[in-house]
Design a protein around this ligand. Sequence first.
Ligand SMILES: NC(=O)c1ccc[n+]([C@@H]2O[C@H](COP(=O)([O-])OP(=O)(O)OC[C@H]3O[C@@H](n4cnc5c(N)ncnc54)[C@H](OP(=O)(O)O)[C@@H]3O)[C@@H](O)[C@H]2O)c1
Length: 159
Amino acid sequence: MNLIVIVDQNWGIGKDGDQLVYLKPDLKRFQQLTTGHTIILGRKTLATFPGGKPLKLRHNLILSTQKDFQVDGGEVVHTIEELLKVAPEDSFVIGGASVYHQLLPYCHRAYVTKVEKTYPADCSFHNLDADPAWQIEEEEGPFCYEGLGYSYVTYRNHK
Ligand SMILES: NC(=O)c1ccc[n+]([C@@H]2O[C@H](COP(=O)([O-])OP(=O)(O)OC[C@H]3O[C@@H](n4cnc5c(N)ncnc54)[C@H](OP(=O)(O)O)[C@@H]3O)[C@@H](O)[C@H]2O)c1
């Protein structure tokens, strides 16, 4: 399993139910990496998508405890155990905070976009730089988009 996330300098990822920052080139990369694959997300992250709809050209696996929750164009699973039974190895965990936290131990690779800025945040991602199990495999950048510096850092879980 893989994961993909955009973080600020404090590994912050969201505030008031939304992402901290949207970067056009990062969104394009997200599309390229995840298209054709299964994506795994929490019910609250789905709600942040346009119209609350699943992303096209991907198999959307949505976690929710609500037994009657159904999503057109997506598959709802109700537990991590159920998810692990159906998620292919090449899946991408795409958030949010609670889903990243629960599935990080099952991920082998993390595609992290690091933005060179700090935002007010109410949720964050595990600091992979402070975890010896996670080692940097590849680093691209820094790049600059509309005055904002960012890099793509790929980590590998060696646990
Ligand atoms: N920076 C990034 O790359 C990035 C990416 C994605 C999201 N985010 C941010 O992350 C924040 C949202 O994170 P979040 O933790 O509040 O929400 P979330 O992880 O997107 O969704 C949480 C919901 O998922 C369901 N869920 C989670 N674990 C479950 C389990 N084990 N079994 C069954 N259902 C489960 C529950 O839905 P029910 O309540 O329906 O039971 C839970 O309320 C937002 O600010 C968002 O913008 C950031």
